[in-house]
Design a protein around this ligand. Structure first.
Ligand SMILES: Cc1cc2nc3c(=O)[nH]c(=O)nc-3n(C[C@H](O)[C@H](O)[C@H](O)COP(=O)(O)OP(=O)(O)OC[C@H]3O[C@@H](n4cnc5c(N)ncnc54)[C@H](O)[C@@H]3O)c2cc1C
Length: 509
C-alpha cells in the first residue's frame, strides 16, 4: 500500500491551521511547524497580573464564514466556543462630549442615522441592499476562487457580477451617493480601514463590510479571540495534524523543482507537498533559494501594505464605566492620519486610535473590578519604533482617553506592555513589520495578489493574509481552505507524483 502523501504546513496562524486541518481531513499526513511556543500567529494571547490579553484580532465579524469553516468538518463554532453578540456593536467617539453607540438592532440603527441626517435612514436601506448583493457575490463566490489565473473570472455571469460589484468605483464616491453628514460618512467608512487602504483607494465592492457589520453583527467568543484558535487546534488534532511548536523553519530544500525537505532549528522533515502559511515575503526571501522565488525584490518593493500598528496592552485596577467593548476614537482628522500612513509614511501627528475593553463583556479576562484595555494606533509600516516614540504616543492617546472617560487611567495601571513593528518582525517574520498584510486596493485584488502557488517549484503553495483572498480572520480561514483544495487537485492524498503536468515556468514578475 502506498504511504499517505506528507504535507508540511509552515505557520499556525488561522490560514496554516485551516489548510492543515482541511488537508488532514482529505487524507494527507500533515505536520504543522510553528516557530513560536503557542499556536495562533497574530491571534496569540499572553497572561500577566491576572489579565488575559488577546494580542491581535478583537473584532469577530462574518460569523457565517466561521460556521462554514467548522461545517466543513461536521462541526459548529459552538462545539468549541461560546459566541455572544455585542450590543452596542461599538462606540464612536467624535470628541470628549460627543460619542455615538451603534445599536445592534437594525431599526434602532436606522433611527440613529435618521437623527444624524434626515432621509439617511431610508437611504441606508438601499445602501445595504446593494451591499448585501456584494456580500453574497464577494464572500460566497469570489473569495473562494484560487485566483491562479484571470480566466477563472471570465464567464459572462461572473463578468456581470464584477460590474455590479462596483469594482471600478471608489468606496468614498459610493458612500457619498447615500450620505453627506461627515459623521455618518465616518461611520460607514470605518470598516474599510480594516482593509488597509483609504476609502478613496478601496473599491466600492467592499461595502460588503458594512453589510457584514450592520446586518450580521459584531460578536465575541467568551474567553477572547484566542478561543477560536484553541477550537481550531483541537479540531486539527482530532483530524490527525501533528503540531510542532518551537520549530523555526530555516530552509525549504528543492530538488528537481520539488520541495523535498523542510529544515528547522530542531531537525529536518521530509515533504511531498509544502504549504507555507508564514508571511509570504519571508518564505520567498529567507526560506527558498533565489532562483525559486515567485517574485522579484522590485515586485515586493511596489506592494502597498496595510498599516502596521502600535499596540498597548494595559491592566487597570479599576473599572472605566464610559467605555464599551469596542471604542473608536475618531476625534481627529482622518485625512491627515491617512496621509501619514499611505502617502508620506511617518509617525502620525494626531492619530485616530481604537480601544478594546473585552472585560466589559467578559469577566474572565481581568481580575475582579479591573479593566483589560487594548489600544491600537494604525501607523505606516516600516517605521523605527524606539521606546521614546512608543511612550510619546502612549501619553498622547492616554490624554484623550482620560479626558473622555474622566478617569486618570495612568494612575491605575498595574500592567503595561507596548508592541509595534519590531515585535511583528521578531515574532512573525513580518514583511516591513506589517500587522495585517497587503492593502486591498484594486490592483492587489484576486489574481493581482501574490499567487498561492509557486511557479518554479511544483509542490510549494502559499496561504495566509498576503495571498488570496486577503487580510482578516475570515479571509485567512478561507485562504487555508482554498489552498487545501488546490493541493488536492494537484496531488492525490496517497500519491507521490503530481496529478497534473508541471506548469511551464515563465519570466519572473
Ligand atoms: C493588531 C492586529 C489586529 C487585528 N484585528 C483584526 C480583527 O479585529 N479582526 C480580524 O478579522 N482580523 C484582524 N487582524 C488581522 C488578522 O489577525 C490576520 O489577518 C490573521 O490573523 C492572519 O493570519 P495568518 O495565518 O495569515 O498569519 P499569522 O497569524 O501571522 O500566522 C503565520 C504564522 O507563521 C509563523 N511563522 C513565521 N515564520 C515562520 C518560520 N520561519 N517557521 C515557522 N513558523 C513561522 C508565525 O509565527 C505565525 O504563527 C488583526 C491583526 C493584527 C496584527
Amino acid at each position: 500500500m502506498s504511504q499517505p502523501t506528507r504535507v508540511i504546513v509552515i505557520g499556525s496562524g488561522f490560514a496554516g491551521l485551516s489548510a492543515a486541518t482541511s488537508l488532514a481531513d482529505k487524507g494527507f499526513a500533515v505536520t504543522l511547524l510553528e516557530k513560536n511556543g503557542m499556536p495562533g500567529g497574530r491571534a496569540r494571547i499572553f497572561r500577566a497580573e491576572g489579565f488575559t490579553f488577546d494580542m491581535g484580532p478583537s473584532w469577530y465579524w462574518m460569523p457565517d464564514v466561521f460556521e462554514t469553516y467548522f461545517a466543513r468538518f461536521g462541526k459548529k463554532p459552538a462545539d468549541y466556543y461560546n459566541l455572544v453578540r455585542l450590543d452596542p456593536s461599538y462606540s464612536v467617539i467624535f470628541g470628549p462630549d460627543d460619542a455615538v453607540d451603534l445599536p445592534a438592532d437594525f431599526a434602532q440603527l436606522k433611527q440613529l442615522f435618521e437623527r444624524m441626517e434626515p432621509g439617511s435612514g431610508v437611504r441606508l436601506n438601499e445602501f445595504l441592499r446593494q451591499a448585501a448583493y456584494k456580500y453574497e457575490v464577494g464572500i460566497h463566490k469570489f473569495v473562494w476562487k484560487p485566483s491562479r489565473s484571470i480566466t477563472e473570472f471570465m464567464s459572462p455571469k461572473l463578468l456581470y457580477d464584477v460590474l455590479r460589484l462596483d469594482v471600478f468605483q471608489s468606496f468614498a464616491g459610493h458612500a457619498r451617493k447615500f450620505f453627506s453628514n461627515p459623521k455618518l460618512l465616518q461611520l460607514v467608512e470605518f470598516p474599510i480601514l480594516f482593509l488597509g487602504a483609504t476609502p478613496q483607494n478601496t473599491p466600492a465592492m467592499y461595502s460588503l463590510m458594512n453589510y457584514a457589520e450592520m446586518m450580521m453583527g459584531t460578536w465575541y467568543p467568551m474567553g477572547g479571540m484566542h478561543e477560536i484558535v484553541k477550537g481550531m487546534v483541537r479540531l486539527a488534532e482530532e483530524k490527525g495534524v501533528q503540531i510542532r511548536l518551537n520549530h523555526m523553519v530555516k530552509h525549504i530544500e528543492v530538488t528537481d523543482r520539488s520541495a523535498r525537505r523542510v529544515i528547522t532549528d530542531k531537525g529536518t522533515f521530509d515533504a511531498d507537498v509544502v504549504v507555507a502559511g508564514a508571511d509570504y515575503n519571508h518564505v520567498e526571501i529567507n526560506l527558498v533559494a533565489p532562483e525559486f522565488r515567485n517574485y522579484s525584490d522590485t515586485y515586493w518593493k511596489k506592494r502597498v501594505m496595510a498599516p502596521s500598528s502600535l499596540l498597548f496592552y494595559l491592566g487597570v485596577n479599576k473599572r472605566v464605566p464610559r467605555l464599551r467593548h469596542h471604542n473608536l476614537f475618531f476625534d481627529e482628522d482622518f485625512t491627515l492620519h491617512a496621509q501619514e500612513i499611505y502617502e508620506t509614511p511617518r509617525w502620525p501627528s494626531r492619530p485616530l486610535f481604537y480601544v478594546s475593553a473585552p472585560s466589559v463583556t467578559d469577566p474572565s479576562v481581568a481580575p475582579p473590578d479591573c479593566e483589560n484595555l487594548f489600544i491600537l494606533i494604525p501607523v505606516a509600516p516600516d517605521l523605527n519604533d524606539p521606546e521614546e516614540t512608543r511612550e510619546h504616543y502612549f501619553n498622547l492617546v492616554m490624554e484623550r482617553l482620560e479626558t473622555y472617560t474622566g478617569i486618570p487611567i495612568r494612575n491605575h495601571l498595574i500592567y503595561k506592555r507596548s508592541y509595534a513593528h519590531q515585535d511583528f518582525k521578531t515574532d512573525y517574520n513580518a514583511f516591513r513589520g506589517n500587522a495585517y498584510g497587503l492593502a486591498n486596493t484594486l490592483f492587489q485584488t484576486a489574481f493581482l495578489k501574490p499567487g498561492l502557488k509557486n511557479k518554479r517549484v511544483n509542490n510549494l503553495f502559499y496561504t495566509g493574509q498576503l495571498t488570496v483572498p486577503g487580510p482578516g480572520v475570515p479571509p485567512s480561514l478561507i485562504s487555508g481552505l482554498v489552498v487545501a483544495e488546490e493541493v488536492a487537485k494537484d496531488f492525490a492524498s496517497n500519491h507521490l507524483k503530481p496529478n497534473k503536468p508541471l506548469a511551464s515556468v515563465t519570466s519572473q514578475a
